[in-house]
Design a binder for this molecule. Sequence first.
Ligand SMILES: CN1c2c(nc(N)[nH]c2=O)NC[C@@H]1CNc1ccc(C(=O)N[C@@H](CCC(=O)N[C@@H](CCC(=O)N[C@@H](CCC(=O)O)C(=O)O)C(=O)O)C(=O)O)cc1
Ligand SMILES: N[C@@H](CCS)C(=O)O
Ligand SMILES: [Zn+2]
Length: 782
Amino acid sequence: MARIHNLGFPRIGAQRELKFALENYWAGDSSLTDLQATGRSLRAAHWQRQAGLDLVPVGDFAWYDQVLTMSATLGVLPERAGHTPGTAIDLDTLFRVARGRAQNSCCGTNAASEMTKWFDTNYHYLVPEFTENQAFHLSYHQLIEETREAIAQGHNAKPVLIGPLTYLWLGKCARPDADKLLLLDDLIPVYRQLLQALRDAGAEWVQMDEPILSLDLPLPWQQAFESTYHRLQIRGLQQLVANYFGELGNNLSVALQLPVAGLHLDAVRGGVEIGRIVDRLSPHKILSLGIVDGRNIWVTDLEAALTVLRPVAERLGDQLWLAPSCSLLHVPVDLTLETALPEDVQPWLAFAQQKLEELVTLKAALAEPHSPAVTEKLKINRAALAARRTSARINQVDVQARVQRLSSHNAFRPTKFAERNKLQQAKFRLPLLPTTTIGSFPQTTEIRKARRLHKQGKLSGREYAQLMRAEIQHAIAVQEKLDLDVLVHGEAERNDMVEYFGEQLTGFAFTQWGWVQSYGSRCVKPPIIVGDVARKQPITLEWARYAQSLTRKPVKGMLTGPNTILCWSFVRDDQPRSRTAQQLALAIRDEVQDLEAAGIGIIQIDEPALREGLPLRKKDWTEYLAWATHAFRVCCAEVADTTQIHTHMCYAEFNDIMDSLIALDADVITLETSRSQMALLDAFEQFTYPNQIGPGVYDIHSPNLPTVEWIAELMHRAAEKIPPQQLWINPDCGLKTRTWPETEAALKVMVRAAKKLRNEFQEQAPKQQATDADAAIGLEPA
Ligand SMILES: CN1c2c(nc(N)[nH]c2=O)NC[C@@H]1CNc1ccc(C(=O)N[C@@H](CCC(=O)N[C@@H](CCC(=O)N[C@@H](CCC(=O)O)C(=O)O)C(=O)O)C(=O)O)cc1
Ligand SMILES: N[C@@H](CCS)C(=O)O
Ligand SMILES: [Zn+2]
């Protein structure tokens, strides 16, 4: 009989219990003992929820991030966080690595570790930092202790580890050209030590996550797999190597030849490979099929799944395991908590809990296909799928016709940037190195409370709008006082940059408890794209108009781009993503045009998820980038030459998509660059990026205050790569997670640095160059 297991359960808690426990602890409002008690009770509850499975995961619980836990386990923490190599690690050290340490603490400041996207998800991990002579030591025992904890509670515990090759791949070396594979020899003995300890704690199986098997790997990395896993064999412990997020592709032979007891495949994204793998699987090896989608929230088509599974079960018998395609970290916990979803939509959905129940049904259906319970479950599933297929909620003929008309033109702005730039400079008359921010200002407790009361009906629409207008007024006043050049309204009215837009569009559904961890204690509640998308009414217009009415300086209109709405929502799976992106683009275009007509001359269309949406395999890039950049251009192709379009991106590497960034043809792009100390700009230099760039000059995730000297240093580095006439000065990203005092203090420093640099750059420039530059930025020649 097939066995069922899970790759990972969401740790944050159905009601974000871990988030609140962490934030209380960090604020000094609760003790470490309280925090640990919350952790223990969440783990126990989550294992209990999974008790119907044959094996439950351990190690999916992390205090901040599972990659950080692995780094701590292996003793790979930066010394600046107070870690002495070779010594045991405590939770506070872990948090210092993740969050940095503010200036006012007793021991100076330290920068947080860099955070970046976990494959193509909206989850962010902390990048392991390898030193020149990195040594590894088993330094942190959370996984071992939790394995004992689960076993003591009567569970068949399967510890989950990030495999050594994926772990190395995710990290960065002090010397960027260093060969990380050289670290393997020292790393493997510590993995062995860990595996032995897990076996001694009572584990029979471990899951070694190696999702880099979904990537195009260089040959030495492919070759390293077999010998690594040979060296990791431990008597009495069976290993399941798990690949997810894609097909194995040209890593298929590598995976099949691994000297391990089992292999997990992402059968949702890599379903085409099942036949080939079953045919070549060594006898006695376990094949775990990730048949239930761990990345989306639609119910599984159980009949279709069984059609795939039956012949495999026939061939493999007990050696077949069933699982979700990947960890359920990326979906909300429990659909049964939802009380406000449309009645017809609810049966179409499955969250983590329901996905595990689907596995139970699939197992039963393979074992006893004709049992009344199975027949009933399949009947309910069929009915849900049929109702969704034929629902009137899905189709809007006029939206589809509009998209149809769109597909034929490429949506480039007719006038070249160089010409637009002159016109825009003449209009806005901005100084050299204009200053701006990325959009959001602090989302204070008062703002969130007001929104909660409004949602509960305890604060009227008028009262709520009044409070939000007061926030806008405050944000504008602060920015004027700081003497920023291009202002923003501050996004006070938005719960989230994606959910907020979804709420104003047709075709979306929303959850109350559908929280998914984004990083650390921060969560998002992705809206669900159920049907065709269109704008119901203007979305941001009144807020933007109000903000602009308060100042003579330009206020940027602030929109979320179609690709980002797509990536950060749960998307429909009944049409190509590209078509949904086109529908979203038309909706955003309507908003852009309304803003322009209302006199908003600068409009930012955020696309931080453009890079995240990139397929993991290069062969799929061209097609994606063509439709994604097209969707962006659709939003702004028809604005006047004098309307300045900004875009913003964060948490991404851009080297490999520079052509596409250029193809967006935004007048200004603002980027997160401070943590890489402007290294991200190398690609912009190399490709002679033609338009304007605002490289982020300070990290908004840290409460650490930047200094004028540090910002000046970064901007000097930027100016070595990009002519100063093309540069803006801004923070890395939005300021919603900061407090007002931190925000004002940091921006004050930023503006001071900008003024200092302006003088410097203007003095340094040779006369002729200065004249050209002045003309380019709209100043009268001297
Ligand atoms: C830019 N980023 C974003 C990503 N994805 C998005 N969908 N949105 C993004 O902005 N991915 C990449 C990055 C990730 N960065 C962040 C940064 C900050 C957060 C964050 O702060 N999340 C909040 C939740 C935000 C939200 O939706 N708020 C709602 C509901 C607030 C709430 O919890 N209400 C409570 C009551 C609170 C009270 O009374 O004080 C309740 O309803 O019970 C809102 O503002 O209305 C978080 O708290 O984690 C996320 C990603
Ligand atoms: N405008 C958004 C972008 C975040 S990526 C903000 O400022 O929060
Ligand atoms: Zn950002």
